[in-house]
Design a protein around this ligand. Sequence first.
Ligand code: SAM
Length: 279
Amino acid sequence: MQDASGYDPNYVMGRSTAETDRLRRQSQLYDASTRQLFEEAGLSEGMKVLDIGSGAGNVSFIAAGLVGESGRVVGIDSNPEIVEEATRMARARRLDQVSFRVGDIDTLELERDFDAIIGRLVLIYLRDPAAAVRRLLAHVKPGGIVAFQDIDWGDGPIAVPPSPLLSQAWGYVKEMFQRAGLNNRMGLSLHGVFVAAGLPSPRMNLFAPAGGGPDFDGYDYMASGLRSNLPHIVRLGVATEQDLALDSFAERLRAERIAQRGVFALPTFVGAWSRKASR
Ligand SMILES: C[S@@+](CC[C@H](N)C(=O)[O-])C[C@H]1O[C@@H](n2cnc3c(N)ncnc32)[C@H](O)[C@@H]1O
């Protein structure tokens, strides 16, 4: 799925102990906000849900909790390895209502009777997210739910007092997305994506874990996110491995925040939800 810019989200999601650890931290920090988004969007008992870009399965597992044993969740991801891992996780959790399939949003052959389409951190990787959502709408029933959550890198980090270290790393990631031709403000862009796809104006919310002091999980999470993006940052000529010095990043950020009695917020996840017209 690599494109002309050399950007390949599968590579970001490559399986390694470090990546598995990053996903575990991400789940602890953000899953509650994803669940709240789906509850507000109306996911409920018995529904049949399509999860796009399902990755290791966390979003499908959240949906499974809301639709219960009488519902069904189908996760689609273009990366066969991650589909295998998600399938293993679903079995381990005894979630019989969840299944995963290899598939690309562009060439999806699927039923057209889903009650809801959901996705987290997937539209940001697409060249034309509005066209993708418009195509996906063919698989949702009239009146069905559409709910996406995506990252918004904003103008820079929210930090008090400002953190030069965090600002520099944040800037590298924003620049990397821009050079890859992807939208680093996808979160708040979800509104425009929904409307361009032909959906009513979505309701929206924002969420970002924040903290400071010695025990905040955010230092390690930020470092692990940078590590995942490092191959792209280097390949697209944004910065070198030496510029980021990732082995010491978490500890430098922790020491800086503690010394300044500072706090900071991790990247913001924006949720948007709407319904397909009921004919
Ligand atoms: C950052 S991960 C997010 C995984 C999951 N949604 C979560 O929040 O934990 C993005 C996933 O989208 C998948 N993906 C990207 N583009 C895709 C496409 N065109 N069709 C299907 N899956 C895609 C990638 O393979 C990757 O697993």
